[in-house]
Design a protein around this ligand. Structure first.
Ligand code: PLP
Length: 385
């Protein structure tokens, strides 16, 4: 039997493999601190849980429209207006099972042989995996420590060709925690305006987890690129809902029809129960989200300060998400070896930088979605590596 040639190009997300290994070691009685997986350690807020239970009791058990229930798309449209003063019709919004399908759909729509897609490196591993799967050329845009892992605009411009069909931006960034402010995004959009043949996928899934009272400079604010902009967003990170599988995206007029057809072909519709929970998340009280962001900021300060006290480790200060990306090159080993020792000998699960791209050999990713007490213990344990 001949398998599809494309399936051979499909990669994976090693954070899941590390989670499985950490859980196995924990089930064998080892004391493991998990700083590997990128999910908030807080439970989904109670009001959201209750909205889901009510949806079940109220009989919302069936299929919904493939693009999601109208009331939820309306709520997102209102939230976008209130956050960014941008008018986005509910008809341009898709609700999907998590944020990942938006990457999948973009790769299928803008990929294929002959096209080139620019993606951040280091970056969320699914970008490269899906671009290669589609048959397009995956073009890494190196994010460098000396630029605070922000996009270097000259470098980006040098990678754009006539074949570039899509440019992927991720702000705040996984795995580095880097955050590009409005001044930087203004310059980025100026550059993007020059290349009107390129679509843009802006992955803003960490948009509400930013520190120091910065405001999110969403690409939705820029009407000049509206007709070629796709936004990836969702509930997973902001509302501690990774397991509910719920995401939203914004699509331009020319593309929404294809994206919606992919929804029908792929999953029919997102979970009806999760959608009612997602509605409560957006329309209900936001105090818990605000408290969670404050807690992440406290942990960020702790992790940043204390990592930099460790011998031969340096870490730039993250501006958003819940990741730190320390440089361990002075240890005389690569991120892979460091992570192996951390898990097998010290009981700390981390992700090596190479899981996020070829340029990040000298780094490890620490997810500080864990208690301050555990973070302190984990840093103490890795201090002896
Ligand atoms: C940058 C980025 N984009 C997208 C996703 C996918 O999110 P979801 O779990 O909602 O599919 C993640 C998850 O880790 C992420 O870090």
């Amino acid at each position: 039997m001949a398998l599809s040639k494309r399936i051979i190009n499909l990669e994976t997300e090693s954070a899941f493999a590390i989670l499985a290994k950490a859980n196995k070691l924990a089930s064998e009685g080892k004391d493991i601190i998990n700083l590997g997986i990128g999910q908030p350690d807080f439970p989904t807020p109670k009001n959201i849980q209750e909205a889901a239970i009510k949806a079940i009791k109220d009989g919302y058990h069936g299929y919904t429209p493939s693009n999601g229930i109208l009331i939820l798309r309306e709520a997102i449209s209102e939230m976008i207006y209130s956050d960014h003063k941008a008018n986005i019709s509910p008809e341009n919004i898709l609700i999907t099972p998590g944020g990942k399908p938006t990457i999948f759909f973009c790769s299928l729509i803008f990929g294929g042989e002959g096209n080139e897609i620019i993606y951040p490196d280091p970056g969320f591993p699914i970008y490269r995996s899906m671009i290669n799967f589609s048959g397009a050329k995956a073009v890494p845009l190196k994010l460098k420590e000396e630029d605070n892992f922000e996009i270097n605009l000259d470098e980006l411009e040098s990678l754009i060709t006539k074949k570039t069909s899509l440019i992927i931006i991720n702000n705040p960034n996984n795995p580095t925690g880097s955050f590009m402010n409005k001044e930087k995004i203004d310059k980025l959009v100026k550059l993007l305006e020059k290349y009107s043949h390129c679509y843009i996928l802006s992955d803003e899934i960490y948009s509400k987890i930013i520190f120091e009272e910065n405001l999110m400079p969403s690409l939705l604010k820029y009407s000049s690129i509206k007709e070629r902009l796709i936004i990836l967003e969702g509930w997973s990170k902001t509302f501690c809902m990774t397991g509910w599988r719920l995401g939203w995206s914004v699509w331009p007029n020319k593309i929404i029809e294809y994206a919606n057809k992919l929804c029908v072909n792929d999953h029919s519709c997102p979970s009806s129960i999760s959608q009612y929970a997602g509605l409560e998340a957006i329309r209900g009280p936001q105090d818990e989200v605000n408290n969670i962001v404050k807690e992440f900021q406290k942990r960020k300060n702790f992790v940043h300060e204390n990592l930099n006290k460790l011998k031969n480790i340096s870490c730039f200060e993250p501006g958003g998400a819940f990741y730190a990306f320390p440089n361990i090159s002075s240890k005389g080993m690569k991120g892979n070896d460091f992570s192996e020792i951390a898990l097998n000998e010290k009981g700390v699960a981390l992700v090596p930088g190479t899981s996020f791209g070829d340029s990040a050999n000298d780094f490890i990713r620490i997810s500080y979605a864990n208690s301050l007490e555990n973070l302190e213990k984990a840093l103490y344990r890795i201090s002896s590596i």
